[in-house]
Write a protein that binds this ligand. Structure first.
Ligand code: NAD
Length: 305
């Protein structure tokens, strides 16, 4: 049995916590002793309207269970207001869970600028604004945990979700760099690609499966990633239905052409099977490991420095 994970004196912001996955995260953080800022604008899945009661209800639930929470009704695109609310209510911020999200599914052929922009604004700009406002405080106190909510639609693609997939994998790019920049200040940053039965997935998942994909089956991973016990950073995890797995990049050993002679499109065609051959593939963990194969190829032919 590992040590209990507790959050006494820690302040956690969960965005989009008025329902679905965010609500479950907020309740579990509070159960583990955190002071929680329950943020939710309370709009529709398409990002229309606003309603304060979503966040208020979750705060009432947390308080009824003996926990500590305040409601915040700002949009994540006003991230500095949400962080200020945490500072005003509790004097600090330790953990940011970027969870708020909307969907505006359309095939790329029918995609309109508004669908593209709104999805970018809530998922990417919203996560940027909240995290960027919290960042100086996390650095100052030499502790922070940040979780971004990606999606399998970003990792693998999904019909009708070009805007959403762009935003969700963008958040993983953000995760990777913040993990590098945050490490020296004990700020660890990870991303999850969850699956849960929420209003966002209702009607898209067969009802019998939907029923079992309880949001509560995502939150234990989020609470762990938000804890001081977690030393992971830059990770991407798929989670849902009681299952958790880690995702990583895999790269084939590739083909090295002679850089002094150059190579032709026909050379590429002739080597296509080898370029895509994953036998003995590697898993670069950073850009220097990634660039290593290219440099090794260059060094076969030229002296570098
Ligand atoms: P949900 O619609 O129940 O929850 C999203 C919440 O975000 C809502 O309560 C909504 O009011 C809030 N929100 C939307 N725009 C906001 C804004 N501008 N500011 C503040 N709050 C805002 O959906 P969910 O399934 O719980 O989704 C939670 C997160 O998980 C989203 O980022 C979603 O993209 C992601 N996700 C969910 C699934 C899934 O299977 N449910 C799969 C992959 C990713």
């Amino acid at each position: 049995m590992s040590e209990a994970i507790r959050f006494e004196d820690k302040v956690v912001i969960v965005t989009g916590a008025g329902g679905g996955l965010g609500r479950a995260h907020a309740l579990l953080f509070a159960k583990h002793g955190a002071k929680v800022v329950v943020n939710d604008l309370g709009g529709s899945t398409h990002g229309e309207g606003a309603n304060a009661s979503a966040a208020d209800k979750v705060v009432a639930e947390i308080r009824a269970a003996g926990g500590t929470a305040v409601a915040n009704h700002d949009s994540v695109t006003d991230g500095e207001k949400i962080v200020q609310n945490a500072l005003d209510a509790f004097g600090r911020v330790d953990v940011v869970v970027n969870n708020a999200g909307i969907l505006r599914d359309k095939t790329f052929a029918k995609m309109e600028d508004t669908d593209w922009d709104l999805v970018y604004k809530v998922h990417v700009e919203g996560a940027y604004k909240v995290t960027h406002a919290a960042w100086p405080h996390l650095r100052e106190q030499n502790f922070g945990r940040v979780i971004f909510t990606a999606s399998t639609s970003g990792i693998y693609g999904n019909f009708g979700q070009s805007n959403y997939g762009m935003a969700k994998l963008g958040l993983y790019g953000l995760t990777r760099t913040l993990a590098i920049e945050g490490r020296k200040n004990n700020i660890f940053v990870n991303a999850i690609a969850p699956t849960g039965g929420t209003r966002m997935t209702e009607g898209l998942i067969p009802p019998a499966v939907f029923e079992q994909l309880k949001p509560e089956l995502v939150s234990p991973l989020v609470v762990y990633l938000g804890s001081a016990a977690c030393e992971e950073t830059g990770g991407l995890f798929e989670v849902g239905g009681g299952w958790v797995g880690k995702v990583r990049w895999e790269r084939s050993n590739g083909v090295g052409f002679n850089p002094l002679q150059g190579f032709s499109p026909e050379d590429v065609a002739a080597s296509w099977a080898q370029i895509g051959n994953f036998e003995g593939a590697s898993h670069p963990a950073d850009t220097s490991q990634a660039l290593g194969a290219m440099l090794t190829n260059l060094q076969k032919y030229v002296k570098l420095g």
